[in-house]
Ligand binder design. Structure first.
Ligand SMILES: [Zn+2]
Length: 368
């Protein structure tokens, strides 16, 4: 393993009462008393997290309790096998532990491709995804974003969950995902000025991608909304769902309270009129008591959830006594459209060309 590959720390389990780790010739290092123990042969090491409560009482913040590694480079936790090392971290209250996997970036990316994409997809699509996921991970690592958000040392860079991105099992990685990861080794997308910022991806945009500020209000340099004529015939087809007028009314009360409307709604409102809407507009217009209101579609999705609003690409209109939402796509719509990337790779596009399409304001750069 080349020494120049960064190690990323991924939280793979949280708030655990006990932790069982299995491996060959395990080396267990307790950091609070510098006790190092090696277990010969295949052994399972158990941590009872409650027993470390006293350790934490004085500190009131997470502490790195132990590290575990095997000369084979492989460890088992739960039903999964991981590469690299495990770190056991106590919760601030000291009544449970988190488990963090420290793993070389390229190994992490290879397993991630099996969860966040499909290892059977064409390699150029997997390579585009590898660059996007690596950029996201490296940004979290370099900015220590998680630690900053928590206000104390987090001991990990990101979570293996939908909140961040989902990493995988060592056994899920395939020759193709390894190849996609290694052939793009160290490559990330940066802004024109060389800054690493989060690169987002989603399943299917439905015709047009969105900028981060259109969905989450955070401005990220370089993002553009681009047309995607590629994903239309791939994956889930268009969708239509219905909500009642009553629920739309509840939405407006909530949106007003949360400050999503320019003007606060006051008192009772008797009439909501929907202005004709188009799927490729990212805002929807309404008249409430004859006053105009604009709502970002992402706010509707935030309130009603992903089941009723599978994507941010939809048109909303009155249909009889209810409201019809007809849309395309799956996911938030920002950045790389995975099904679009699949379609482009099937047509013979390279990962560089795919990335250049979705990220025209970014530059591909090799960091290591
Ligand atoms: Zn698309």
């Amino acid at each position: 393993m080349a020494a120049d590959i960064p190690l990323i720390s991924v939280r793979v389990g949280k708030s655990l009462r006990q932790i069982l780790v299995t491996g060959l010739d395990l080396k267990r290092h307790l950091l609070f008393n510098n006790d190092i123990k090696t277990y010969t042969g295949k052994k399972t090491v158990k941590f009872n997290c409650e027993t470390f409560t006293t350790l934490n009482k004085q500190k009131n913040k997470p502490i790195l309790l132990a590290t575990l590694e095997s000369p084979t480079g492989l460890l088992s936790y739960g039903n999964e096998k991981f590469q690299g090392m495990f770190k056991v971290i106590t919760s601030p209250k000291g009544d449970s532990c988190d488990i963090v996997n420290e793993v070389p970036m390229e190994a992490y990316i290879s397993t991630l491709l099996t969860k966040e994409m499909n290892p059977k997809w064409p390699i150029e699509a997997l390579k585009a995804q590898a660059v996007a996921a690596r950029t996201y991970a490296l940004h979290k690592m370099k900015t220590q974003q998680v630690t900053k958000e928590l206000g104390n040392e987090a001991y990990y860079d990101l979570e293996s969950s939908e909140k961040h991105q989902v990493g995988g099992n060592f056994f899920d990685a395939t020759d193709t995902t390894n190849k996609a990861s290694l052939e793009t080794k160290g490559e990330v997308l940066t802004t024109q000025t060389g800054k690493i910022q989060p690169i987002f991806f989603h399943a299917k945009c439905g015709g047009k991608t969105l900028r981060p500020d259109q969905v989450w209000h955070n401005r990220e340099e370089g993002y553009q909304s681009v047309n995607c004529p590629f994903c239309h015939d791939i994956g889930p087809k268009g969708w239509t769902n219905f909500i009642s007028r009553e629920r739309l009314k509840s939405f407006f009360l909530w949106a007003s309270e949360q400050g999503y409307l320019k003007e606060r709604l006051t008192g009772d409102f008797s009439s909501i009129v929907l202005v004709p809407d188009e799927i490729d507009k990212f805002t929807a217009n309404f008249y409430i008591n004859d006053r105009p209101y604009i709502v970002e579609k992402a706010v509707l999705r935030k309130y009603f959830g992903r089941v009723l609003f599978p994507s941010n690409s939809f048109a909303i209109k009155a249909q009889g006594n209810s409201i019809a939402i007809s849309g395309e796509g799956l996911g938030h719509g920002v950045g790389l459209c995975q099904m679009g990337a699949f379609a482009m790779a099937m047509r013979g596009w390279s990962y560089k060309k795919i990335l250049a399409h979705y990220f025209p304001g970014h530059v591909l750069k090799k960091m290591y």
